[in-house]
Design a binder for this molecule. Structure first.
Ligand SMILES: O=C(O)CCC(=O)C(=O)O
Ligand SMILES: [Fe+2]
Length: 239
């Protein structure tokens, strides 16, 4: 019996075949090694470049936490532009399915340029991809990246620094607020170059009487030492 069991093939691991399967179950999923270490370093180095950004935010001044970020200006750096279009195309079927399940009327076109035209027509014209930089003692309060009426329900953050080497602490945290229940938190395990895909504001959860909406927020726990950079990819533009 034991030998027979040993000879049996291992059970299939669906998440390994498609990491995005976890999105429906958890409201977030990790895309391991989305970009390589050299590309991470090149992107993180842009933070110190004088040009290419439309604004610079000191989080403490706005009560958002402690740390800073810069929104890219258009045209985006080619890698950011390519990632944004590629990820959007991959996430659109899930976004449309989620909207249907949550009883939301908006549907998303297959082409990101078409969705951006919709944002721009509604006055959401400013690019939202951003680079974040944190040092020791910095953190990012739980929040949602909503910038107007048009919201693509999923977004992506890419960790550009190596945990335990470049920084300690600074974990990516998600919370979900379920109706009439206490909130639940998740800490997302990320290595340098990994991306987390997560719900911007709400996700559908299957209950005994159909789907219901769960509200999600994300943030970053305090960086204990070192420096941490992230690339944030949001698919709607900002008013
Ligand atoms: O630094 C992080 O990991 C989170 C960044 C963030 O809030 C975002 O990309 O929207
Ligand atoms: Fe965010």
């Amino acid at each position: 019996m034991t030998t027979q069991l040993k000879l049996m093939p291992p059970p299939p691991v669906p998440d390994a075949a498609d990491p995005l399967i976890a999105l429906d179950r958890e409201g977030w999923a990790v895309l391991p090694g989305l970009i390589d270490a050299a590309a991470c370093d090149r992107l993180a180095a842009l933070y110190g470049a004088p040009a290419g950004f439309r604004s610079h935010i000191h989080m403490a001044r706005h009560g958002f936490g402690r740390g800073e970020y810069r929104y890219f200006a258009y045209p985006l750096p080619p890698l950011v532009e390519a990632l944004r279009g590629m990820l959007y195309a991959r996430l659109t079927p899930i976004a449309n399915r989620w909207h249907e399940r949550m009883g939301m009327t908006a549907r998303f076109p297959a082409d990101h340029a078409e969705f951006l035209a919709r944002c721009h027509d509604a006055g959401q014209r400013r690019p939202t991809p951003l680079l974040l930089q944190y040092g020791a003692g910095d953190y990012n309060c739980l929040h949602q990246d909503l910038y107007g009426e048009h919201v693509f329900p999923l977004q992506v953050a890419v960790l550009l620094s190596a945990p335990e080497e470049d920084f300690t602490g600074g974990e990516f945290v998600l919370t979900e607020q379920r109706p009439r229940m206490q909130s639940r938190a998740a800490v997302v395990p990320l290595a340098k170059g990994d991306a987390v895909v997560f719900a911007v504001n709400a996700r559908p959860v299957r209950g005994s009487r159909g789907d219901y909406r769960v509200t999600m927020r994300h943030g970053v726990s305090e960086i204990r030492s070192g420096r941490r950079h992230t690339l944030g990819v949001i698919f709607h533009d900002a008013a």
